[in-house]
Design a protein around this ligand. Sequence first.
Ligand SMILES: [Zn+2]
Length: 182
Amino acid sequence: MDNSFDADSESGFVFVPKFLVPEQADEETKKLRTTVDKVCLEKDLRSQDFKCNSCGCAIGIMFGKFRSCHYDGHNYCYECHGNDTEFIPARMIHNWDFKKYPVSKRVKMFISHFERDPLLDISVLNPAIYAIKEMGEIRLLRTQLTYLKSYIFYVKSSCRRVQKKNMAAGIPLRTCSFVFHH
Ligand SMILES: [Zn+2]
Protein backbone atom coordinates (compact mmCIF):
# COMPACT_ATOMS: atom_id res chain seq x y z
CA MET A 1 0.00 0.00 0.00
CA ASP A 2 1.44 3.35 -1.02
CA ASN A 3 0.80 5.91 1.69
CA SER A 4 2.55 8.89 0.20
CA PHE A 5 1.57 11.81 -2.00
CA ASP A 6 3.58 12.02 -5.23
CA ALA A 7 4.80 15.57 -5.55
CA ASP A 8 6.21 16.99 -8.75
CA SER A 9 8.74 19.50 -7.43
CA GLU A 10 9.06 21.30 -10.79
CA SER A 11 5.38 21.93 -11.45
CA GLY A 12 4.33 22.20 -7.81
CA PHE A 13 1.43 19.79 -8.44
CA VAL A 14 0.57 17.07 -5.95
CA PHE A 15 -0.92 13.85 -7.27
CA VAL A 16 -3.63 12.66 -4.92
CA PRO A 17 -3.97 8.86 -4.59
CA LYS A 18 -7.16 7.50 -6.17
CA PHE A 19 -8.48 6.15 -2.88
CA LEU A 20 -8.73 9.70 -1.50
CA VAL A 21 -10.87 10.97 -4.37
CA PRO A 22 -14.47 10.76 -3.02
CA GLU A 23 -15.91 9.12 -6.18
CA GLN A 24 -13.17 6.49 -6.26
CA ALA A 25 -12.60 6.02 -2.53
CA ASP A 26 -12.10 2.44 -1.35
CA GLU A 27 -14.02 0.88 1.55
CA GLU A 28 -11.38 1.81 4.14
CA THR A 29 -11.45 5.48 3.16
CA LYS A 30 -15.27 5.53 3.10
CA LYS A 31 -15.26 4.18 6.67
CA LEU A 32 -12.79 6.84 7.73
CA ARG A 33 -15.14 9.52 6.39
CA THR A 34 -18.08 8.15 8.41
CA THR A 35 -16.13 8.26 11.68
CA VAL A 36 -14.70 11.76 11.27
CA ASP A 37 -17.09 13.23 13.89
CA LYS A 38 -17.01 10.27 16.31
CA VAL A 39 -14.65 9.66 19.21
CA CYS A 40 -13.78 5.98 18.71
CA LEU A 41 -12.73 3.79 21.61
CA GLU A 42 -9.90 1.28 21.29
CA LYS A 43 -11.12 -1.96 19.72
CA ASP A 44 -10.39 -5.43 21.02
CA LEU A 45 -8.09 -7.49 18.79
CA ARG A 46 -10.68 -10.28 18.75
CA SER A 47 -13.20 -7.93 17.10
CA GLN A 48 -10.72 -7.67 14.21
CA ASP A 49 -10.06 -11.43 14.19
CA PHE A 50 -6.41 -10.69 15.08
CA LYS A 51 -5.87 -9.04 11.69
CA CYS A 52 -4.47 -5.62 10.79
CA ASN A 53 -7.37 -3.33 9.94
CA SER A 54 -5.64 -2.13 6.79
CA CYS A 55 -3.63 -4.89 5.11
CA GLY A 56 -5.22 -7.87 6.89
CA CYS A 57 -1.98 -9.48 8.06
CA ALA A 58 -2.03 -11.39 11.35
CA ILE A 59 -1.33 -9.31 14.47
CA GLY A 60 -1.33 -10.05 18.19
CA ILE A 61 1.02 -11.43 20.83
CA MET A 62 1.69 -14.66 18.91
CA PHE A 63 1.42 -13.24 15.38
CA GLY A 64 3.01 -9.84 15.21
CA LYS A 65 3.40 -6.44 16.82
CA PHE A 66 0.59 -3.96 16.45
CA ARG A 67 -0.33 -0.37 17.26
CA SER A 68 -3.67 1.28 17.96
CA CYS A 69 -4.97 4.19 15.91
CA HIS A 70 -6.56 6.91 18.02
CA TYR A 71 -8.73 8.10 15.13
CA ASP A 72 -10.77 4.94 14.49
CA GLY A 73 -9.76 2.78 17.48
CA HIS A 74 -8.62 -0.09 15.24
CA ASN A 75 -5.34 -1.97 15.50
CA TYR A 76 -2.71 -2.04 12.76
CA CYS A 77 0.53 -3.83 11.99
CA TYR A 78 3.78 -1.85 12.11
CA GLU A 79 3.81 -1.63 8.33
CA CYS A 80 0.47 0.21 8.32
CA HIS A 81 1.04 2.23 11.51
CA GLY A 82 4.36 4.06 11.76
CA ASN A 83 3.45 5.88 14.99
CA ASP A 84 2.79 9.15 13.14
CA THR A 85 0.73 11.59 15.17
CA GLU A 86 -2.16 13.77 14.10
CA PHE A 87 -4.93 15.96 15.54
CA ILE A 88 -8.17 14.00 15.96
CA PRO A 89 -11.11 16.14 14.67
CA ALA A 90 -13.75 14.47 16.89
CA ARG A 91 -11.66 14.98 20.04
CA MET A 92 -11.19 18.63 19.16
CA ILE A 93 -14.92 19.17 18.69
CA HIS A 94 -16.32 17.11 21.55
CA ASN A 95 -13.52 17.18 24.14
CA TRP A 96 -11.73 20.42 23.27
CA ASP A 97 -8.62 18.23 23.03
CA PHE A 98 -5.96 19.70 20.71
CA LYS A 99 -3.25 17.13 21.32
CA LYS A 100 -1.79 14.98 18.57
CA TYR A 101 -2.27 11.21 18.86
CA PRO A 102 -0.72 8.21 17.10
CA VAL A 103 -2.64 7.24 13.97
CA SER A 104 -2.26 4.73 11.14
CA LYS A 105 -0.53 5.76 7.92
CA ARG A 106 -3.82 5.75 6.04
CA VAL A 107 -5.48 7.98 8.66
CA LYS A 108 -2.50 10.35 8.64
CA MET A 109 -2.89 10.78 4.90
CA PHE A 110 -6.67 11.02 5.12
CA ILE A 111 -6.58 13.85 7.70
CA SER A 112 -3.76 15.68 5.88
CA HIS A 113 -5.76 15.59 2.67
CA PHE A 114 -9.09 16.74 4.14
CA GLU A 115 -7.92 19.12 6.88
CA ARG A 116 -9.03 22.19 4.91
CA ASP A 117 -12.32 20.73 3.70
CA PRO A 118 -15.56 21.66 5.51
CA LEU A 119 -16.52 18.09 6.46
CA LEU A 120 -17.94 18.97 9.87
CA ASP A 121 -20.85 21.19 10.83
CA ILE A 122 -19.86 22.38 14.31
CA SER A 123 -23.24 24.02 14.94
CA VAL A 124 -24.84 20.57 14.62
CA LEU A 125 -22.18 18.45 16.31
CA ASN A 126 -21.49 20.67 19.30
CA PRO A 127 -23.60 23.85 19.35
CA ALA A 128 -22.52 24.56 22.95
CA ILE A 129 -19.13 25.63 21.55
CA TYR A 130 -20.66 28.93 20.42
CA ALA A 131 -21.60 29.78 23.99
CA ILE A 132 -17.87 30.46 24.46
CA LYS A 133 -17.43 34.18 23.82
CA GLU A 134 -14.43 33.90 21.46
CA MET A 135 -16.04 31.15 19.41
CA GLY A 136 -19.24 33.21 19.06
CA GLU A 137 -17.16 36.16 17.84
CA ILE A 138 -15.30 33.97 15.35
CA ARG A 139 -18.60 32.70 13.94
CA LEU A 140 -19.86 36.28 13.58
CA LEU A 141 -16.65 37.36 11.80
CA ARG A 142 -16.81 34.37 9.46
CA THR A 143 -20.42 35.21 8.59
CA GLN A 144 -19.49 38.83 7.92
CA LEU A 145 -16.55 37.75 5.74
CA THR A 146 -18.85 35.49 3.73
CA TYR A 147 -21.18 38.44 3.04
CA LEU A 148 -18.19 40.65 2.23
CA LYS A 149 -16.90 38.08 -0.26
CA SER A 150 -20.28 38.01 -2.02
CA TYR A 151 -20.34 41.81 -2.11
CA ILE A 152 -16.82 42.02 -3.59
CA PHE A 153 -17.74 39.51 -6.32
CA TYR A 154 -20.89 41.50 -7.06
CA VAL A 155 -18.94 44.78 -7.32
CA LYS A 156 -16.28 43.15 -9.48
CA SER A 157 -18.78 41.76 -11.97
CA SER A 158 -20.73 45.07 -12.00
CA CYS A 159 -17.50 46.93 -12.72
CA ARG A 160 -16.71 44.62 -15.63
CA ARG A 161 -20.16 45.19 -17.10
CA VAL A 162 -19.79 48.99 -16.81
CA GLN A 163 -16.30 48.85 -18.32
CA LYS A 164 -17.51 46.83 -21.30
CA LYS A 165 -20.43 49.20 -21.82
CA ASN A 166 -18.18 52.27 -21.59
CA MET A 167 -15.57 50.78 -23.91
CA ALA A 168 -18.27 50.07 -26.46
CA ALA A 169 -19.43 53.69 -26.15
CA GLY A 170 -15.84 54.99 -26.39
CA ILE A 171 -15.83 56.36 -22.80
CA PRO A 172 -12.44 56.16 -21.02
CA LEU A 173 -12.16 53.32 -18.46
CA ARG A 174 -11.49 55.62 -15.47
CA THR A 175 -15.08 56.94 -15.54
CA CYS A 176 -16.36 53.68 -14.13
CA SER A 177 -14.23 53.90 -11.00
CA PHE A 178 -17.29 55.11 -9.05
CA VAL A 179 -18.23 51.47 -8.68
CA PHE A 180 -15.51 51.05 -6.08
CA HIS A 181 -16.82 53.90 -3.93
CA HIS A 182 -19.82 51.95 -2.63
ZN1 LIG B 1 -1.09 -3.82 8.09
